[in-house]
Design a protein around this ligand. Structure first.
Ligand SMILES: NC(=O)c1ccc[n+]([C@@H]2O[C@H](COP(=O)([O-])OP(=O)(O)OC[C@H]3O[C@@H](n4cnc5c(N)ncnc54)[C@H](OP(=O)(O)O)[C@@H]3O)[C@@H](O)[C@H]2O)c1
Length: 307
């Protein structure tokens, strides 16, 4: 079968299409015909050699896919933690796959699980967004960001979007954000009840200054730089809280919680309250180019490979 192999860490040129043996499904597993595979920011960090839980190389990246399994249109994560989705076939656990909603494309299916679970679980379990909650979302035009904007709205909260450039503002606004600002403009915002942060570094540090007393922030991503330490003394003095969220670890530690959340977000999609945003679709040969665009912040929504 054809697959994109990451031969060594470094530039996007190390993502090479090769003919490789088909993977073998183990006990309780099945082989999925991949029709679309989502590219995650973590894949870019793995390629750059900057991800803590990176697979041994050479490796086939890609953790979320949509495709056909015994005649059913399904989506979900690949089996195990090792990736393998940038390929024509991949091993999955059929019990963990979700049905693709009627009328949804495979690309939308591959854009759904990671983005919507990464937004839904912290918004509901940790930040506990309720009616009227003003929630600042950073990198709000991206894959997880566009999911978070829609989910805050679905929870009757008020999404406030922060993005890296003027041109990106229109994406969260079209999805229902009440306001959109660049990171530079964010300091001028009215205070917020919660922060959902995908950027880290200085953007995260600045967003904490916008929290109302009793406000909560969640650190989810560090696309823009590692988080500075936050001391409990500083939090106590301001009556605010900071949480952290890592879906990969949670899937291993509490798979039932994640499975229940997956049913919740699927129902929201089926009911029309949310819909994954596909920014662009690429053949396997363009995997390197797609990585480059993500790394250079030139993408919006989810970037998807089509084998
Ligand atoms: N903790 C978890 O379980 C989990 C799960 C999934 C994703 N994540 C993290 O969530 C973040 C968003 O993931 P995603 O897949 O949805 O990616 P994405 O938002 O589609 O792309 C990353 C975005 O980050 C922003 N960014 C800010 N500074 C950047 C920099 N120096 N280099 C590159 N991008 C920068 C850019 O948007 P602007 O130009 O608008 O700033 C960029 O478009 C990533 O940090 C990812 O690792 C975490």
């Amino acid at each position: 079968m054809r697959a994109v192999v990451l031969t060594e860490t470094g530039g996007p040129e190390h993502l090479v299409v090769q003919d490789v043996p088909e993977p073998v499904a183990g006990e309780g597993e099945a082989l999925l015909d991949v029709r679309a595979c989502g590219i995650n920011f973590a894949d870019v960090l793995i390629r750059l050699g900057q991800y803590p839980q990176a697979p041994e190389l050479p490796a086939i990246l890609g953790s979320e896919v949509a495709g056909e399994l015994e005649g059913r249109r399904v989506m979900g994560f690949v089996a195990g933690q090792g990736g393998g989705g940038y390929a024509e076939k991949v091993v999955v656990d059929p019990r963990r796959m979700l049905p693709l909603p009627e009328g949804a494309s495979f690309a939308e299916g591959a854009a759904f699980p990671m983005a919507f679970l990464t937004a839904w679980l912290p918004l509901t379990e940790l930040l506990r967004i309720g009616f009227g909650s003003r929630v600042l979302i950073t990198a709000a035009a991206g894959a997880v960001g566009t999911a978070a904007v829609q989910l805050v709205k679905a929870l009757n909260g008020v999404p406030v979007a922060a993005v890296g450039s003027e041109e990106k503002k229109e994406h969260p606004l079209l999805l229902g954000a009440a306001e959109a600002v660049t990171y530079e403009e964010a300091a001028g915002l009215d205070q917020v009840d919660a922060v959902f942060d995908l950027v880290g570094g200085e953007v995260f540090a600045g967003s904490l200054q916008l929290l109302k007393p009793m406000g909560r922030a969640i650190a989810v991503g560090y696309a823009g730089g590692m988080w500075a330490d936050v001391s409990p003394a500083w939090l106590v003095g301001r009556n605010i809280g900071v949480h952290g969220f890592y879906l990969g670890r949670l899937m291993g530690r509490d798979p039932e919680l994640v499975a229940r959340a997956a049913q919740d977000v699927l129902r929201l999609w089926q009911g029309g309250a949310v819909r994954p945003v596909v920014g662009s679709e690429h053949p396997l040969e363009e995997a390197g180019e797609a990585h480059r665009l993500i790394q250079e912040r030139k993408t919006t929504g989810k970037v998807v490979l089509i084998p």
